[in-house]
Every structure is written in C-alpha cells, then in structure tokens.
Design a protein around this ligand. Structure first.
Ligand code: KIV
Length: 267
C-alpha cells in the first residue's frame, strides 16, 4: 500500500503489476475533477489530448495544442495529492526527437507532469527522451492522432500481421525505455498476450480485462458527453447518485477485474 500523502511514482505502478494489483486510470483536464479523482484513489490521471474533443468540442483530438496541454496539465497537477500524472504530447509536437524533448520539457517543467505519452512506435524519440530524464508512456493500437491517415477508429490487431506488428512495436518501445504502455481498441487476447510479454504495465482502453490496468475518458464514463459512445465505454454514472460514487464504482470494478466485461471488449 502506498503512502497516500506522497505521489505515486512509475516504480510504484510497476510494483503493482508485479503484485498483480490492477492499475486504475482516468483522464482529467481541470483542478476540480483532478481533486475528486485523486480523493477516490485512482492511481493515474491522464491529461489526454481527448481535451480537443470533450473540452473544446472538436471532432478529433488534433485541435489540442501544446499550450492547451500545458494549461490543462498545470490545473490537474495543482489539485492532486497522490495520483501519478501523465500528459499527452499533442499532434505534431514530437515529429523529431529534439522537438519532442523541448515540448515534453514544457509539460514537465511548467506543468508538473511526471511522464509524457505519445502515439506510435517512435523508438528513436523514446531513446532520446529517456536519456534526457523524461519518462515516456507509449500508445499503440488505435492512434487517434492518425485518424486522417487511417480513415477511421477501427479496431487494430485483428489480423495476424497487424497483431505481430503491434507486439514487435511494443517490445521495441519497452527496450527503448518506456515506463508504461497504453493500448487502445485491440482484441482482448492480443492485449492479454502483451500484458504477459512485457515487464512494464499495459493499460488498456477497449482492450479487455487482462491488461494490467484500465483507462477511460472520465467524461465518457460519467456519460457527460452527448456523442455516441464506443463499445468499450460503460456508463458508471447510471444509478451511482454522485460523480464521486461513479468514480469509486469504476475504481472497484477495475481493481476487482469486473470491468471491462466481455460486452466492453473486442474479439
Ligand atoms: O487522450 C486521451 O484521453 C487518451 C486516452 C483515450 C488513452 O489518449
């Protein structure tokens, strides 16, 4: 059990994987949600570039800028006492290792992020950032910032070739030094295989119950957003009575491996 008066570190999260304790994670973008999520005892707060959609009302995450992410991350870190905070590097802010390092440094130095996350298998960039003392979270599977290249948010890793590519990229990212890996919308069996294969924690969204931890966009699981939700979202607000109760129900469901159920997962 971690001391609730101190911040969680990446080592604490890795120890949770070793101990078989599921890791809970939610997004937040402001101080009020950050304080509430933290008080319930969620392990990780992700300041996601999903802010572009749920805060700015844009159709994709591409609208979030680095200044937006610094602002939201600063609001979140100011209000939390315990949770580990990861901030997303938004679209086109990690196109070279040097540029990524400068932008990640802003998220850490100006906003207090403990780790940065970026999408895809940018192995050289991971090496470079980790060598500068910048912890990195990888993100594989569906890559929302590439929606205009791919054309949709369709589940990844369903063919043998694609599943093998994701496994190969995950191993290369781990070897390059990432401390955590988020996998989005991949078949549950593939996510299970990755969680068993990697030493670092694998955090799933739409990736089945066998990941080392789970993440959802908080506005989705509280049913605040009016858009049609993807299959992997559960409405934890339903019958909860309060936002705090809904977040607590999510935490318990993840810790007890009751969420995601098969109906929230992909084959
Ligand atoms: O931006 C975000 O909220 C994310 C999660 C969906 C993993 O990257």
């Amino acid at each position: 059990m971690n001391d609730p008066l101190t911040l969680l570190s990446v080592l604490d999260l890795q120890a949770m994987k070793q101990a078989g304790e599921k890791i809970t994670c939610l997004t937040a973008y402001d101080a009020s949600f950050s304080a509430l999520i933290d008080a319930v005892g969620i392990d990780i707060i992700l300041v996601g570039d999903s802010a572009g959609m749920v805060i700015q009302g844009q159709p994709s995450t591409l609208s979030a800028t680095l200044d937006d992410m610094v602002y939201h991350t600063r609001c979140v870190t100011r209000a939390r006492k315990h949770a580990f905070v990861i901030a997303d590097l938004p679209f086109m802010t990690y196109s070279t290792p040097q540029f990524a390092a400068e932008n990640a440094a802003r998220l850490m130095r100006e906003a207090g992020a403990q780790m940065v996350k970026f999408e895809g298998a940018h192995i050289e960039t991971v090496h470079f950032l980790v060598a500068q003392g910048i912890p990195v979270c990888g993100h594989l599977g569906v890559l929302p910032q590439s929606v205009n290249v791919v054309g949709s948010y369709k589940v990844r890793g369903r063919t043998t070739t694609d599943a093998e590519l994701i496994i190969e990229q995950a191993l290369a990212l781990q070897h390059a030094g990432i401390g955590l890996l988020v996998v989005e919308c991949i078949p549950a069996v593939l996510a299970k295989q990755l969680s068993q294969l990697l030493d670092i924690p694998v955090i799933g969204i739409g990736a089945g119950v066998d990941c080392d931890g789970q993440i959802l966009v908080s506005y989705d699981m509280l049913n605040i957003t009016r858009n049609k939700h993807p299959r992997f979202v559960k409405d934890f607000m339903h019958g909860a009575g309060s936002i705090e109760a809904a977040i607590r129900a999510y935490k318990i469901a993840v810790k007890q491996a009751e969420f995601p159920a098969p109906e929230h997962s992909y084959l």
